[in-house]
Design a binder for this molecule. Structure first.
Ligand code: URA
Length: 235
């Protein structure tokens, strides 16, 4: 691929803007030799203003989403993309979030530019567990775990019952819920259906991947071992 296209795809600017970067001598090889727009040089050997390029296509990353950020590219208010380098919003193929978390939900959010991987993660066939910690407005009654595990719970406006889910009670008003689907507002709707209300929600795990020590608001790129861990059912 010609360098001008490589850099434009990585979000360094439009083709025209990137062409100017070459004219200004800002694009070099690792030894500092100026490169030209139609050169075809490997990603690892290119520098812009002396800096290595952003990760190549095939980028998957993990963000510790804080509450208050919307999973959208264009909404008013804070966006999850504001927590990533600005260039990442301009990449082609697009770096999109893998599913969504509600604005007020915090925790593990994935992004990828790999459409096939995205479909593998969200596929009902994969049935990857998603683990949520919920803080509730009312004490649990004690019958929720059996109902959630039944595979027969039907939420209002849904046509099919929910797949069995696992509820671990952590305190009278705190619970860990493991689900394998990703229906709209699923966790909040499940607790609403048993007369409760979620006042705080955090996703701590997807598949075998956890946030570990990643601080709130921070992100990291995933490598092949992380992705293998993600695609396993246990953490
Ligand atoms: N379920 C919800 O209700 N909200 C989320 O953000 C994720 C799962």
């Amino acid at each position: 691929m010609k360098l001008v296209k490589l850099l434009a795809n990585l979000g360094y600017g439009s083709r025209k803007q990137v062409a100017w970067m070459f004219r200004e001598g800002r694009v070099t090889d690792a030894a500092g030799e100026v490169l030209y727009a139609d050169d075809q040089v490997g990603h690892a050997d290119v520098r812009v203003d002396g800096e290595a390029l952003d990760p190549p296509q095939g980028l998957t990353l993990l963000l510790h989403k804080p509450s208050g950020y919307t999973c959208s590219t264009k909404d008013t208010g804070r966006l999850v993309y504001d927590l990533l380098p600005p260039r990442f919003r301009l990449r082609s193929p697009v770096l999109s979030s893998v599913g969504r978390l509600d604005r007020e939900t915090s925790g593990l959010l994935l992004f990828t530019d790999d459409g096939q991987l995205l479909h593998r993660i969200i596929s009902p066939k994969a049935a990857l567990p998603k683990v949520y910690e919920a803080t509730l407005a009312e004490p649990l009654r004690g019958n929720e775990a059996v109902l959630f595990a039944s595979g027969a719970m039907l939420l209002e406006a849904d046509n099919t019952p929910l797949k069995p889910a696992v509820l671990d009670v952590l305190s009278p008003t705190q619970a860990r819920l493991t689900i394998t689907e990703g229906r709209y507002h699923q966790v909040r709707r499940m607790f609403a259906a048993v007369g409760n209300h979620v006042i705080a929600l955090h996703r701590s795990r997807v598949g075998g991947l956890s946030l570990d020590t990643l601080p709130e608001g921070a992100w990291r790129a995933l490598d092949a071992a992380d992705i293998a861990r993600l695609m396993t059912a246990d953490g």
